[in-house]
Design a protein around this ligand. Structure first.
Ligand SMILES: [Zn+2]
Length: 256
């Protein structure tokens, strides 16, 4: 994978771009504040697939709660791979980078979020924002949040979510707000697929030969190491994209 900060920042950049692109007539966001909520959810969802690794920093976002969730996700992913693997797939010993790193997980997570927002309205939207902000903060600032107590991450997320509860109008449709989760997860998958290990993008539905959990990888010359110069360049580019779009959105030139 590329590193946590790059995942968060690319999720925010793509989230802001999609929020501005979706027309209000389709239920898209119609205020700068909502565009930032959309981007916040996408930034956190861009870490969601790595909750399948209890060792990942993102799994410590909410202390024992996210760690417990992460253990369940890893175990579920591992069992799922072993249940669905083809005769030439190796037995899965650890669920990391498996079920949560597929196109189907991206779609399902977005559908689940849309369903929650559709059924429970603003409380669900702000609740999702709270959870995903926690992941985004942990992703963006792994060093800071490693030293601080996980309660600090939780506190900051809760504060921003409370502000959003008071100040952000909810005019966009549940489908659009939920799509922020799919956008974030897809951005994560794109980030992971350019590294050497690749991801099982279409598993287990699209087999190749007798393998169902084959890894999708870019051609060799296009792959980058998980950390290092290329990762730092990507982080710089996405940070600039976020800054430029933040100015455009906040000044009301692209969303109003
Ligand atoms: Zn990953």
């Amino acid at each position: 994978m590329v590193m946590g900060p790059t995942h968060s920042m690319s999720g925010a950049a793509v989230g802001l771009a999609v929020a501005q692109a979706l027309p209000a007539s389709w239920g898209g966001v119609s205020s700068p504040e909502e565009a930032f909520v959309y981007a916040g959810i996408a930034a956190g969802a861009a870490l969601l697939p790595d909750l399948d690794s209890p060792q990942a920093t993102v799994s410590r976002s909410f202390g024992p709660f996210s760690l417990a969730l992460s253990r369940v996700m890893e175990g579920t992913a591992r069992s799922f791979v072993n249940l669905t693997r083809g005769s030439r797939d190796r037995r899965c010993g650890h669920g990391h980078r498996t079920a949560t790193h597929t196109l189907w997980f991206a779609l399902l997570a977005g559908v689940a979020a849309s369903y929650l927002i559709g059924a429970f309205g603003k409380p669900a939207e702000i609740g999702l924002l709270f959870v995903f902000l926690g992941l985004a903060i942990r992703g963006l600032l792994p060093e800071w949040s490693k030293k601080k107590d996980w309660l600090a991450v939780t506190g900051v997320s809760a504060l921003v979510a409370a502000g959003a509860w008071v100040y952000v109008p909810t005019t966009s449709s549940a489908l659009v707000m939920g799509s922020a989760v799919t956008v974030g997860v897809l951005t994560h998958l794109a980030g992971d697929s350019i590294t050497r290990n690749g991801i099982p993008l279409l598993a287990p539905l699209v087999p190749v030969g007798r393998r169902r959990w084959w890894k999708f990888r870019l051609p060799k010359p296009l792959r980058i190491p998980a950390s290092g110069f290329a990762d730092r360049m990507l982080l710089a580019v996405f940070s600039l994209l976020v800054a430029a779009q933040t100015i455009a959105v906040a000044s009301g030139t692209t969303v109003s």
